[in-house]
Design a protein around this ligand. Structure first.
Ligand code: NAD
Ligand code: UDP
Length: 313
C-alpha cells in the first residue's frame, strides 16, 4: 500500500486514476483547485476512508508526505487553458516546481502528465518521442504547449541535479466519461451537440486528424509507467491510441452511433490548430508492455450514456 498524491484528481483523467488507486487500497490524496474539475467526479470516492480531497492551487506551495505523486493539474481543453493563459503557464511552471520540490523533500517518485502538444503542429508523422516538435512560442496555444515543454525540462533538471525519481508520459487525445460537457474539446462537443440535436461544429474543413484513446486504456498506461520496475526508464513515453481520424469522420461516427439528426456545420479553424496527430507507441509497447485495447467506436458507445445522464436526457 502506498500513499499517493494526485494533483488534478477531480478532473476528467484524474478522477479515473483516483478511483483505480482507491480501489487498489492505496491512501490517495487528491489535490485540486476545481478550476475545471468537479466534486461530482469524485463524489463516490469521498465515501472511502483511504481517499482525501484537498482544495488547493498548486501554483501555491504544497507539502505532504507521499511515496508517489501524479502531477495532472492543468486545464487541458483549449478554451479553458486560454481563459487565463498566464495562470496556465504558472500552473505548468510554478506548480510543477512546487510538486518537484515536494518529491525531492519526501523522496517520492513523481509522474508528469505531459502532452502530444509538445510536438506542436508536427512536421513528422506519426510522432515518435525523439521528434522535437514544431511549436509556436507566441501563439494562443503557447501557454499550454510551452508550459508543458518547460515542465518536462524541469522534470529532467530535477532528475539530473537532485536525483528525483521521475516518469514523464506524453498523453494523446483522451476521452471518456467524466469529461465536462462544457469542456470545449471535440469529443464532448460533438456528443453533446448530437444528443441535443444541435448543429455539429466542425472547425475548418474537418480534414485535420487526431488519435483518440479511451480513458481506461490511458490510465492503465499511466499506472504501468508509475510502477515500472525499470528504474532508469524515465520516458518521455507516448501514450495514445494510434487509430487516426479526421474531425469529419469523428462527427459522422457520433451522428451514426447516437442516431442523431444533427447537421454538420463548419466554423473557423482556431489559430495554430495542429493539422495531424498520431502517436508512435513502440516505446510504450517495449518498456511497459502496453497498448490500447478499446477502438474509437467502442469507446464512444461507452461514453455517450454518461453524457445522456449528465444532460438529463
Ligand atoms: P481536466 O481539465 O479535466 O483536469 C485538470 C484538473 O486539474 C482539473 O480538475 C482542474 O481543476 C485541475 N487544475 C487545473 N489547474 C490547477 C492548479 N493550478 N492547481 C490545482 N489543480 C488544478 O483535464 P484532463 O483531460 O483530465 O487532463 C489531465 C492532465 O492530462 C492535464 O495535465 C493535461 O494537460 C493532460 N493531458 C490530457 C489530455 C487529454 O486528452 N485529456 C491530453 C494530453 C495531456
Ligand atoms: N474541433 C472541432 N469542433 C469542436 C471542437 C474542436 O472541429 O467543436 C477540432 C479542433 O479544431 C481540433 C480537433 O477538433 O482540430 C481537436 O480539438 P480538441 O480541442 O479536442 O483537442 P486538441 O486540439 O487540443 O487536440
Amino acid at each position: 500500500m502506498s500513499r499517493i498524491v494526485v494533483t488534478g484528481g477531480a478532473g476528467f483523467i484524474g478522477s479515473h486514476l483516483c478511483k483505480k488507486l482507491v480501489e487498489n487500497g492505496d491512501d490517495v490524496v487528491c489535490v485540486d483547485s476545481l478550476f475545471t474539475g468537479s466534486m461530482d467526479n469524485i463524489g463516490e470516492l469521498l465515501e472511502y476512508d483511504n481517499f482525501k480531497f484537498v482544495e488547493h492551487d498548486i501554483v501555491d506551495p504544497y507539502f505532504d508526505e507521499a511515496d508517489q505523486i501524479y502531477n495532472l493539474a492543468c486545464p487541458a481543453s483549449p478554451p479553458h487553458y486560454q481563459y487565463n493563459p498566464i495562470h496556465t503557464s504558472k500552473t505548468s511552471v510554478m506548480g510543477t516546481i512546487n510538486m518537484l520540490g515536494m518529491a525531492r523533500k519526501c523522496g517520492a517518485r513523481i509522474l508528469q502528465s505531459s502532452t502530444s502538444e509538445v510536438y506542436g503542429d508536427p512536421q513528422v508523422h506519426p510522432q515518435p518521442e525523439e521528434y522535437r516538435g514544431n511549436v509556436n512560442p507566441i501563439g494562443i496555444r503557447s501557454c499550454y504547449d510551452e508550459g508543458k515543454r518547460m515542465a518536462e525540462t524541469l522534470f529532467f533538471d530535477y532528475h539530473r541535479e537532485h536525483g528525483v525519481d521521475i516518469k514523464v508520459i506524453r498523453i494523446f487525445n483522451t476521452y471518456g466519461p467524466n469529461m465536462n460537457p462544457d469542456d470545449g474539446r471535440v469529443v464532448s462537443n460533438f456528443i453533446v451537440q448530437a444528443l441535443k440535436g444541435e448543429d455539429i461544429t466542425v472547425y475548418g474543413d474537418g480534414n485535420q486528424t487526431r488519435s483518440f484513446c479511451y480513458v481506461s486504456d490511458l490510465v492503465e498506461g499511466m499506472y504501468r509507467m508509475m510502477n515500472t520496475s525499470k528504474k532508469g526508464f524515465t520516458g518521455p513515453v507516448n501514450l495514445g491510441n494510434p487509430g487516426e481520424f479526421t474531425m469529419l469522420e469523428l462527427a459522422q461516427k457520433v451522428i451514426d452511433i447516437t442516431g442523431s439528426d444533427s447537421r454538420i456545420v463548419h466554423m473557423s479553424l482556431p489559430a495554430d490548430d495542429p493539422t495531424q496527430r498520431k502517436p508512435v507507441i513502440k516505446l510504450a509497447k517495449k518498456e511497459l508492455d502496453w497498448e490500447p485495447t478499446i477502438p474509437l467506436d467502442e469507446g464512444l458507445k461507452m461514453t455517450i450514456p454518461y453524457f445522456k445522464e449528465k444532460l438529463g436526457l
